[in-house]
Ligand binder design. Structure first.
Ligand code: FAD
Ligand code: NAG
Ligand code: NAG
Length: 429
């Protein structure tokens, strides 16, 4: 039995792809995973990782595993041929800096019998001049480490005898572009960090500042009114300035320019807005796409649809790269993981049974939405609205829920306890 294993190729090792890579039956399937980075990142933990709340290694999980018969290629998928059933990839080469650089000179092609497309989204800078070069992003663990290193460097430069207090203020001004959950969480974590830093850098007390810029008339667009008001009040208390209706015109080293205020000095500009499909998804031929963001459309069993809405056999799509035709699921950052995870678990169940057997359609179960707004304070949206301490606790335990491995849960808890006693990791580096 099972001398013949069907070849499954999974593109992407995010919330969706990682779960599939770990849970598909490796006795029945010959599983190949394609992802440009060797770990899966717990995205909700990245903001805390960036501000040194715990060792950033805890925010990721290796794709290669002992006791699993899977093949992993550190590469980017660049094209798929649905007729020949092949995927073309280019290697993603790890640099000493910790970054991955794609190597277009050495493409390779692999065959599949079942293809699972889950490459997520890539950040979008709307062609804002200078953004790609000068902004800090928060999508991967190396991104989080880069933010951490930059903050530490700014604190040290601001402490030099040659730095005037005015210059220190400019250096320690962090501008966050994007008032969605990611931007809000990063700002909240930064406030906490700066508050704590005032102990190790007492000479810089009161100097750091954070501004959130959003083009929209309000931040946290998806949350209930009451919760938004609470988040804003909390930011006021923590000296986070929120600039809504703010249009970013360009970014330079050390400054951003807005239509409303002109040049604003900032030691760091974090870009936390805008998603678009990766080039691979854009390149897929003959498939049906959602009006919103050009996501791949699937049927209710997550099978990719062709332009004429018929099923493309053996090609599944899920996560941020896909939508179900005729169904509206949460699309705000806060519900997306739940959707990605539930779809991945559904597909695991379907494929582990047998892909040819009739499957029940995917059904989404509503879960709560959480955003963190600094200190022991937070907002939660779900069955009932919570604010304050209870929400914070739920957020913390919620973020433990994200990390499925108990070893990691233990380590994260230990590092929170450690922070409580010993101050944040970043300070002791
Ligand atoms: C900082 C941050 C915080 C967030 N917080 C929350 C939250 O609290 N709650 C929530 O619901 N959502 C949150 N989100 C959104 C959530 O992370 C995404 O909805 C979710 O990750 C989508 O899962 P996915 O598997 O589709 O894609 P991802 O998790 O983005 O994974 C995509 C994977 O595909 C790989 N990949 C990309 N292109 C290619 C290619 N061409 N070939 C091969 N591999 C490729 C990537 O390297 C990655 O491994 C957050 C996102 C960020 C960035
Ligand atoms: C995988 O499939 C094999 C053969 O069908 C089966 O014996 C085994 O129990 C399955 N493993 C898991 C973890 O479901
Ligand atoms: C413009 C752009 O693509 N910027 C960033 C998007 O995210 C990646 C991965 O984190 C960054 O390396 C890019 O610079």
């Amino acid at each position: 039995m099972n001398c013949f294993r069907s070849k499954i190729v999974i593109i992407g090792a995010g919330w969706a792809g990682f779960i599939l890579s770990q849970q598909l039956n490796d006795t029945t399937y010959d599983i190949t995973i394609i992802a440009p980075h060797q770990t899966f990142a717990y995205t909700p933990l990245l903001a805390s990782a960036a501000t040194g709340l715990f060792f950033s290694r805890l925010a990721e999980e290796p794709i290669r595993r002992a006791h699993r018969r899977t093949t992993y290629y550190r590469a980017l998928a660049t094209a798929a041929d649905f007729t020949k059933q092949t995927v073309t990839c280019i290697p993603s080469v790890l640099q000493p800096s910790g970054r991955d650089v794609p190597d277009a000179e050495h493409p390779f092609t692999i065959e599949y019998e079942i293809l699972i497309i889950a490459p997520g989204c890539v950040n979008q800078t709307f062609d804002t001049p200078g953004a790609a070069e000068h902004c800090f992003f928060l999508k991967t663990v190396p991104d989080a480490e880069a933010i951490k290193a930059k903050i530490l460097s700014l604190l040290e430069v601001a402490s030099l005898p040659t730095t005037t207090p005015e210059r220190a203020k400019e250096l320690l001004h962090v501008a966050v572009v994007g008032g969605g959950p990611t931007g809000v969480e990063l700002s909240a974590e930064l406030t906490d960090l700066f508050n704590e830093m005032s102990k190790t850098y007492p000479h810089l007390a009161g100097i750091p500042s954070i501004t959130i810029h959003d083009v929209a008339p309000e931040i946290l667009g998806v949350f209930h009114e009451k919760l938004k008001v609470h988040a804003l009040q909390s930011f006021k208390k923590h000296d986070v300035e929120v600039k809504t209706n703010s249009h970013i015109e360009k970014i330079e080293e050390g400054a951003l320019y807005t239509k409303e205020d002109g040049r604003i000095s900032a030691g760091m500009v974090a870009w936390a807005t805008g998603n678009k499909q990766c080039d691979f998804v854009d390149s897929l031929p003959g498939i049906s796409r959602a009006a919103r963001l050009g996501r791949i459309l699937t049927d209710q069993r997550l099978r990719t649809l062709k332009e004429d809405q018929t099923v493309l056999e053996n090609v599944y799509a899920l996560g941020d790269a896909a939508d179900i035709f005729g169904k509206s699921l949460p699309t705000t950052a806060e519900g997306q993981i739940t959707v990605a995870v539930q779809k991945a678990e559904y597909l695991v169940k379907t494929l582990n049974r047998h892909p040819a057997l009739p499957a029940k359609p995917f059904v989404y179960k509503q879960r709560r939405m959480v955003a963190y707004v600094g200190g022991t304070d937070g907002v939660i949206m779900g069955r009932q609205d919570w604010t304050g301490e209870a929400a914070w606790l739920a957020w913390r335990s919620g973020s433990l829920g994200w990390t499925r491995s108990w070893r990691r849960k233990g380590m994260i808890m230990a590092s929170w306890a450690w922070n409580f006693i010993g101050g944040r990791e970043i300070a002791r580096k």
